[in-house]
Design a protein around this ligand. Structure first.
Ligand SMILES: NC(=O)c1ccc[n+]([C@@H]2O[C@H](COP(=O)([O-])OP(=O)(O)OC[C@H]3O[C@@H](n4cnc5c(N)ncnc54)[C@H](OP(=O)(O)O)[C@@H]3O)[C@@H](O)[C@H]2O)c1
Length: 202
């Protein structure tokens, strides 16, 4: 049975991905800072390395985690921006850099970016920046991964489950249910494509 790690598997997107992968007969384990089968911090490369060493044999990695900083541009400080870079961008990139040496042949990585890359909102420049970088990394790095390992990203719009929380930010956006976003992750994990971003924009 294939084994998949879902980072952020207890979050809004992660829970839906875990459920869908289990429906497909995948052995799913989860990791988070305070939740999941394994506790680690994606912003710390040493912690990522320890996580992969502890897990051992693994076929697929899904990331459904990563914080970004929302602020109006005049108030956006260089140090605030590092929250987005370290939390969402480098956390995911480092998961691939470290995990590529651990995954079984023909395994996969699926990262998460987001709609702000293509449709900006007020206070979202830092988030737009890292989402674009994540997808650009995926489009390039996928072609250099060893042993047939694939790499894709999912770029969702705001989720129905998160719409209230982000109501002040995503005015006029059509939310999509977590179930639909999770399907894009399943396509990435179980499909044959690599270097691709799956857009779930409603
Ligand atoms: N929700 C949306 O509408 C939406 C739309 C587009 C894109 N996205 C993106 O999708 C990702 C997940 O969003 P979400 O709404 O599902 O988030 P969420 O509900 O807050 O869940 C995030 C999950 O990630 C884990 N996590 C966070 N930081 C971590 C770290 N440094 N190391 C390890 N685990 C960490 C959390 O576990 P612990 O609490 O245990 O650490 C939690 O399980 C984010 O990158 C977000 O930008 C979300």
């Amino acid at each position: 049975m294939a084994k998949a790690l879902v980072i952020g598997g207890h979050g809004t997107i992660g829970q839906a991905v875990v459920a869908k992968l289990r429906e497909q007969g995948i052995n799913v384990i989860t990791a988070g800072r305070t939740s999941g089968d394994y506790k680690f911090d994606m912003t710390d490369p040493a912690s990522i390395a320890t996580l992969f060493a502890e897990i051992g044999e693994l076929d697929h990695v899904v990331v459904a985690a990563g914080a970004t900083h929302y602020a109006a541009l005049p108030e956006l400080k260089p140090e605030d921006n590092l929250t987005s870079v370290n939390g969402k961008l480098l956390g995911q990139v480092n998961t691939v850099l470290i995990g590529q040496h651990r995954l079984n042949a023909k395994g996969s990585f699926t990262l998460v970016s987001g709609i702000l890359k293509d449709y900006p909102i007020a206070r979202g420049a830092s988030s737009s920046m890292v989402n674009g970088a994540i997808d650009a990394f995926v489009h390039a790095a996928a072609f250099e991964l060893p042993r047939g390992i694939r790499l894709n990203s999912v770029s969702p719009t705001v989720l129905t489950e998160s719409a209230e929380k982000y109501a002040d930010y995503f005015k006029g956006f059509d939310p999509v249910p977590a179930d639909k976003v999770a399907n894009a992750f399943v396509r990435s994990v179980l499909g044959i494509e690599t270097g691709r971003t799956y857009y779930v924009y409603g």
